[in-house]
Design a protein around this ligand. Structure first.
Ligand code: RIB
Ligand code: CA
Length: 320
């Protein structure tokens, strides 16, 4: 039986690819997709979820709920410099109208309420995959921590434990945008898997792989959505590949063996002149009883070849 999965997301180019992977993987049954302010504002993120679902046409369609318009404390920050004003690399117009008849209806409930309702109603404990700032998940944890702890697993794309950040030298974007939410979620008790930059930077889509795909409407859509990101990678890193941060987090919902993991105690800096949003693990070389108790299973190694094959198969090769 496919595993019920809830996805909280801020599409966002890699979020869009993550949704294509989730709906292209028979191991998963996406039951609820919630939007959050991050890469783009929450209304654009919500529109993009509806556009992508209108294009995929999942049956049954998942619930879609709009989430938090701003972080718990900080002012909103976006990454339109990377994802484009429309959040989809300027290719949003290639997708159906988010409010057209082929798009699912938007639920009137908040993202936090929808997440909690789907955890309560699922036929088995679902997996929640968080692909943006953790604002909605933190609101859910504050409202009903006992329900959040019923999750089979909370998989978070966020943080950077043994590597540099991306939005600042110290912090990864999702944790930087809402560090307080990240701290609240890490202390709220669900079984957490953290897919940080330590592994997601190694999860790459190579331009040569994309060009080698059969010429299908799906391949052309992915090429249009990712084109600006490939240009950014070429200009800033000198590479012809892009990181698949969010698709890796989705893949871990059904292929946890893709990553080597370590149980660690993780904390997030919420006040700092240069380290705000930093995720700090207690990796001191002392006896476990002398360290903070672990609160997350942190991904530190990736089988990049196996992930590459899985992504290409599920998102490109097997799709029309
Ligand atoms: O740092 C990468 C993360 O921030 C990804 O989830 C990307 O979509 C952005 O939200
Ligand atoms: Ca994201």
């Amino acid at each position: 039986m496919p595993k019920p999965v809830i996805i909280d997301t801020d599409p966002g180019i890699d979020d869009a690819l993550a949704l294509l992977l989730a709906f292209g993987s028979p191991e998963l049954a996406p039951v609820c997709i919630t939007s959050v302010s991050g890469n783009v504002d929450v209304d654009t993120a919500t529109d993009n979820i509806l556009r992508i679902l209108a294009r995929i046409g999942p049956d049954p369609a998942p619930t879609v709920a709009r989430g938090a318009a701003s972080p718990l404390e900080k002012e909103s920050e976006h990454a339109t410099f990377l994802h484009g004003a429309d959040g989809l690399g300027g290719a949003g117009g290639d997708l159906p109208d988010p409010w057209g008849e082929s798009a699912p209806c938007l639920s009137p409930e908040s993202a936090a309420d929808s997440i909690l309702r789907h955890i309560e109603q699922a036929r088995e404990p679902p997996v929640l995959v968080a692909l943006g700032p953790l604002t909605n998940v933190a609101l859910a944890a504050q409202k009903a921590p006992d329900i959040l702890r019923r999750l089979d697993r909370l998989i978070i794309m966020g943080g950077a434990v043994t590597v540099a950040g991306n939005i600042t030298p110290a912090a990864e974007f999702n944790f930087y945008v809402d560090p307080l939410a990240a701290r609240i979620v890490l202390d709220s008790g669900p079984k957490i898997t953290l897919a940080g930059l330590d592994v997601t930077r190694k999860a790459r889509l190579e331009l040569r792989d994309l060009h080698a795909c059969p010429d299908t409407p799906r391949t052309r859509l992915v090429q249009r959505i990712t084109s600006s990101l490939f240009t950014h990678s070429q200009e800033t890193e000198g590479t012809e590949s892009i990181p698949l941060h969010d698709p890796l987090a989705v893949a871990l919902a059904f292929r946890p063996e893709l990553c080597g993991m370590e149980e660690l105690s993780l904390r997030v800096e919420t006040r700092g002149e240069i380290c705000e949003g930093m995720s700090l693990a207690d990796r001191r070389p002392v006896l476990p009883r002398l360290k903070h108790p672990p609160n997350a299973r942190v991904c530190l190694d990736l089988d990049a070849d196996s992930f590459r094959t899985l992504f290409l198969e599920r998102v490109l090769w097997e799709q029309s």
